[in-house]
Write a protein that binds this ligand. Structure first.
Ligand code: HEM
Length: 442
């Protein structure tokens, strides 16, 4: 079979679709999938696009056909920001080689080493909060995540939040959280993430100074920069200075919006969730254990709540690819040049795969297995009837280009959730999307 695929056609369809897409992209994708099925061809303006919206087709696309695809230029451009390529923007052999270099940076040993830093930084944040006051939770979480990233990637800290002693440097708040850290429609920092793309600020003088100094000095620290420099010296990776800078900038910003977005959505769900007492009991155990062993994977309420919240509100609601080499999918010829869209937000709320798809039901994920596949088993070990076996679950993507840091991100979010829930009960402040009232736990 060949183009055209089923989809909205007609003379002015491209312009019409584009207007619908701009006002409500997820609604638009949902509508065309409802009318035309799981593989839909359409135009956005002049650009040919294909929506893939069936679980088997998505799995096949992102696992078997990734080598026939590339990231579209607008995605690569925003991830590179002012700094150059890194794992998220490389393609083909260069991507494969870099993924191999970076894999050890996200091993379970590294992830568990990061845990101490998360505890320290979250404790500082909690100590600065007063019970009964209202905080801008989104800002607080972005600063927290920026601080954790600076410490784990560069052994640096944020000026005014951490001490200089022993660190490789202190980065100003303006640079860690600069005005151009994201491009949002209308500049609204609380806009949904489909409107925002992370960008490292254009001025990152201190970060660049640290990288330059450490590349010359050859010191070794417990951070990702040292791991990269070690690979450069001892493995077959001939990276230049600009490649290191590009990679470090992407690492600093990769979780900058996604982790806070994931946590904000969870707290909004928890505000009306009756199971919050189970979370608080788990938080008390975590505190009693001295903040060790944050995730006892089996039966963790916190983890299942996070997974369920990421199902309902995936921080990356749409994934974009461009077809580089023709291939066949679901009986259709997929032609080079078309943009392919996969929408986790739609797939996660599809009643073919999840019962009561719009309801927050953490129990679906109790005793789930991992972050990237389908956590399907219920607590008693039987298959959970609220999730079917072929259910698509891709908050961290799927296939070879799945998020390299998914375990690190899940652990970080679990620790922060448990530590905050141990001290405060958060209530959304009326009329504001980002502010929460801090109620003391009684
Ligand atoms: C809740 C937090 C996070 C979410 C929801 C998330 C989500 C994702 C998704 C959906 C992708 C795949 C994109 C695609 O297929 O087009 C991805 C890729 C990636 N993520 Fe994350 N991410 C998170 C945190 C992080 C963090 C903290 C880091 C780094 C420290 C990170 C680094 C990366 C990198 C380097 C890639 C590209 C992988 C590759 O192309 O091989 N992510 N992430």
């Amino acid at each position: 079979m060949s183009w055209p695929l089923p989809g909205p056609g007609g003379g002015n369809a491209g312009a019409f679709n584009y207007r619908l897409w701009c006002s409500d992209p997820i609604g638009f994708l949902s509508d065309i999938a409802g009318v035309y099925g799981d593989v839909v061809g359409f135009h956005l303006g002049d650009s040919p696009c294909i929506l893939i919206n069936g679980a088997p087709e998505v799995r096949e696309l992102l696992t078997r056909h990734e080598m026939h695809l590339r990231k579209p230029e607008f995605v690569r451009d925003s991830n590179r920001a002012h700094w150059g390529d890194g794992l998220t923007t490389l393609e083909a052999d260069a991507w494969q080689a870099r993924r191999k270099v970076l894999r050890p940076c996200f091993s379970s040993a590294t992830v568990s080493a990061v845990s101490t830093c998360v505890v320290q930084c979250t404790t500082d944040m909690l100590n600065s909060w007063d019970a009964g006051s209202v905080v801008d939770l989104q800002y607080e979480l972005r600063m927290l995540v920026a601080r954790i990233a600076l410490r784990t990637v560069l052994d640096a800290d944020i000026d005014g939040l951490g001490e200089a002693g022993g660190r490789s440097g202190l980065v100003s708040r303006q640079q860690a959280y600069g005005v151009d850290y994201c491009s949002a429609a209308g500049g609204d920092p609380a806009a949904p993430l489909w409107q925002i793309r992370p960008r490292a600020p254009s001025r990152m003088d201190e970060v660049v100074r640290i990288i330059d100094e450490r590349m010359l000095g050859g010191d070794s620290r417990p951070d990702i920069l040292s791991m990269l420099l070690h690979q450069r010296r001892h493995a077959d990776w001939k990276a230049g200075r600009d490649e290191i800078v590009g990679e470090i900038m992407q690492m600093l910003y990769a979780g900058h919006l996604t982790i806070p977005a994931g946590l904000m959505s969870l707290w909004k769900e928890l505000a009306t969730c009756s199971a919050v007492s189970q979370l608080e009991a788990e938080a008390d155990c975590y505190s009693a254990r001295g903040y060790r062993d944050p995730v006892s994977q089996v039966g963790s309420h916190c983890l299942s709540m996070l997974k369920e919240s990421l199902r309902l509100h995936p921080p990356a609601p749409v994934l974009y690819r461009e077809v580089d080499i023709a291939f066949e999918l679901g009986g259709y010829d997929i032609e080079p040049g078309a943009m392919v869209l996969v929408c986790p937000q739609l797939l996660h709320r599809d009643s073919r795969y999840f019962a009561n798809p719009d309801r927050f039901m953490p129990e679906r994920f109790l005793a789930g297995d991992d972050n990237s596949g389908n956590p399907l088993m219920s607590q008693d070990g039987h298959r959970d009837r609220t999730v079917v076996s072929a259910a698509p679950y891709l908050p961290f993507g799927m296939g070879p280009r799945t998020c390299i840091a998914s375990h690190l991100a899940m652990q970080q979010m679990t620790q922060i959730t448990l530590m905050v829930s141990g001290r405060f009960s958060l209530q959304p402040a009326p009329g504001c999307r980002t502010r929460f009232l801090l109620r003391p736990r009684c």
